[in-house]
Design a protein around this ligand. Sequence first.
Ligand code: G3P
Ligand code: CA
Length: 296
Amino acid sequence: MSVRTATTSTAAAVLGAGALLLPAAQPQETATTLPSDRRASPVVVAHRGASGYAPENTLAAADAAKALGIEWVENDVHRTRDGVLVVLHDTDLKRTTNAEEVFPDRAPWAVEDFTAAEIAKLDAGSWFGKQYAGAGVPTLAQFVNRLERNRQKLLLEIKSPASYPGIERDILRVLRQEGWLDRSHVRDRLVIQSFGADSVKKVHALRPDITTGFLGTPPVADLPGYAAFTDQINPSHTTIDADYVAAVQRLKGPHGKRLRVNTWTVNDAANAAKVHAYGVDGIITNYPDVVRDATR
Ligand code: G3P
Ligand code: CA
């Protein structure tokens, strides 16, 4: 297992300002020797917004994350028949909207078969709870504008990129138009990830300054290849252990910083504590308050 040396600033972050008063002779701790309860808390990411509390991938879910004090919001992006980028998880509209009712003859209700104007007629909130009736499927532009208003940050997932040739350029165009590709957003408030390695590579080639993530658990031997184009390896929590996390973190990514690990989807305190002990950098969750409380 690799050993990440805790820097003075890391130790200060973990232990609080008082750590700066430690005598110089104090032996330096390392990440692997720190007990789990003294590790720096992982970043908590609201999965599809705070989707345990509000309908996933809606503006209400972003607001619910904000209400919990959560900055980072994950979402999923698809493209309509007329080329508009919209935020929802599935490749079809059945599970999270009333598309079957509104458009009964349009099976299988694939997003790519509908125009943005048609999708704008749908209710993406009632399935979750009556109080969310009328919540729409947001466009990507609407979604990032809400995050901007909320002063939040975006972990954007390019969903099924093979189904949408050129979607990487489309996403970058919308982000640029909405002011999300300026220096401060790119440096601090945006990560683009996908299960599609080619899609992540395209984003990196188009905008090498953007932080990227690969969704999955590549074999350790393959990780150096991924480190050429991705800054994060973001695996399911069921596929990792402390050794895997350390193997990722010992590599440097395209920006010269160590690779980071954000794991998903962790929805209970016990698993949050477990992956925290593994040393992950971030936890993606439907219940951000539960994970935050378990990892503080
Ligand atoms: O961000 C990670 C996670 O969202 C990947 O899985 O199916 O929820 O998009 P899924
Ligand atoms: Ca996702």
